[in-house]
Write a protein that binds this ligand. Structure first.
Ligand code: NAD
Length: 433
């Protein structure tokens, strides 16, 4: 196979995060700690995973970061926007994810990262009071200001390239409307201050207009819109979304494929969470929770294919709840009650109690998305990057076939994409039996 012509990862890569709260600060702190050799980047596929090449007998298993030309952690520069956090050290302290000991060794670096003033509108995140906000009423002017911020950041930090990963709060639920139907309609909407254009969409637009790949880590609409897909293809820039696949949904996409592989039936899946960080507070508002609920509920149907297996999965009761409970901070607890059935229809139950740390699971996803989006851009890719579905709770699909949710199929697709780009045969595991 021929390899793709991928430009080398020369120079610095700026990683811009609209939203510099728990996830973004934990991501940045972890990268700084890794490059100082303080802690390994656990959970990052790009940094820690090996990839098999050829047959098992060939015994070729390089690290992914040595196989594909990824940006080096030492070449990353961090920036972003936030309407509240004054600097990333303060954001990390407020989030309370990392211990003081872990922060103290990198506190100077974190404190020097000052978020830019945000494009923010409380209409979309009712629980937050933005104070560090651009004082511009026109959405067109807001987009122009972001484009200028991006250009300034690139120049001041002497970056060769940039990527943007939305780590901002979940915006209120909305359906796409006419203003999202095309780039022309969206630009008209920016000029007319169309109320259906949310801040995250303005960031996505500004990123693509600046030739910066954009990934959405939250469940709100921002790059899963016709206008943004059109713009990404027209400008030759990759996009990916949405909603980092972390705690409970990660578990769901691990377990559900197993039930289906064994042809075990499912009657119901009840998921509930307690979460006490700012994300939990934002999601306590029903209009913001609705965005999350839709993103979380979509998972089971595509994995279990009830249309093919009506006897097993034709009547599933799937419920997802998130409760804001401040004492837990970022240390979420997610309970799942799963009602399955087997031979002769006999019922069984599985209970999962996952005491997870939300931002600890999300941070390596931000790193991998940033590095792989940059790789895709250098490889000449544009539009929706379905091969990155592995990282996302509600993956955006570029075809009518819809997204893939099964974590193991997603992993195969991710690794085979890298193999193909590097001129290696895809691995089908057929010889492994
Ligand atoms: N932690 C996880 O496991 C996880 C998983 C999936 C998705 N997410 C999503 O990732 C996002 C970040 O999560 P978090 O835990 O860091 O939340 P957080 O509340 O700690 O941080 C979000 C930050 O975004 C800022 N913000 C809000 N609107 C903004 C705007 N218009 N422009 C710039 N900044 C803005 C807020 O001020 C806040 O500091 C949330 O949308 C969350 O739902 C998180």
């Amino acid at each position: 196979m021929n390899s793709k012509d991928i430009k080398p990862a020369n120079g610095k890569l700026g990683v811009l995060t609209p939203g510099m709260g728990a996830v973004a600060s934990t991501f940045i702190a972890g990268v700084l700690a890794a490059r100082k050799g303080l802690k390994p980047p656990i959970g990052s596929i790009s940094q820690m995973a090996h990839i098999r090449l050829g047959t098992k007998a060939d015994d070729r298993n390089p690290l992914i970061r040595e196989f594909v030309p990824l940006a080096d952690l030492g070449d990353l520069v961090f920036g972003g926007w936030d309407p509240i956090s004054p600097n990333v050290l303060e954001a990390a302290r407020t989030a309370g994810v990392l211990d003081g000991d872990d922060l103290s060794e990198i506190s100077g670096d974190l404190e020097s990262i000052i978020p830019m003033e945000a494009v923010f509108d409380q209409k979309w995140v009712s629980r937050l009071d933005g104070v560090r906000v651009k004082n511009l009423d026109s959405k067109w002017d807001q987009a122009e200001a972001l484009i200028q911020d991006i250009a300034n950041f690139k120049e001041e930090n002497e970056c060769d390239r940039l990527v943007m990963v939305w780590c901002g709060s979940t915006e209120a639920f909305q359906e796409p409307s006419d203003v999202h139907a095309s780039v022309a309609a969206f630009e008209e909407g920016l000029r007319n201050n169309d109320p259906n254009i949310s801040p995250s969409q303005i960031y996505a637009y500004a990123a693509l207009q600046s030739d910066v790949p954009f990934a959405n880590g939250a469940p709100n609409l921002s790059c899963d819109l016709d206008c943004i897909v059109e713009l990404s293809e027209a400008r030759g820039v990759p996009i990916a979304g949405k909603d980092f696949k972390t705690g409970q949904t990660l578990m769901k996409t691990l377990l559900a494929p197993g039930f289906k592989a064994r042809m075990l039936g499912l009657e119901g899946w009840y998921s509930t969470n307690i979460l006490g960080n700012r994300d939990g507070e934002v999601l306590d508002a029903p209009e913001n929770f609705k965005s999350k609920e839709v993103s979380k509920l979509g998972v089971l149907d595509t994995i279990l294919q009830p249309e093919l297996y009506p006897d097993l999965y034709g009547d599933i009761h799937h419920v997802v709840r998130i409760n804001y409970y401040p004492p837990r901070g970022d240390n979420k607890e997610g309970w799942d009650n799963i009602d399955i059935f087997g031979w002769l229809g006999y019922p069984m139950q599985i209970k999962v109690d996952f005491l997870c740390r939300d931002s600890i699971l999300a941070a390596p996803i931000v790193l991998d998305l940033a590095l792989f989006m940059d790789l895709a851009h250098r490889a000449g890719e544009s539009g929706v990057q379905e091969w990155l579905s592995f990282y996302l709770k509600a993956p955006q699909s570029s075809t009518d076939n819809g997204p893939e949710h099964d974590l193991f199929i997603q992993q195969t697709k991710l690794k085979n994409t890298l193999r193909e780009w590097m001129g290696e045969e895809p691995v089908t595991h057929s010889e492994a039996g």
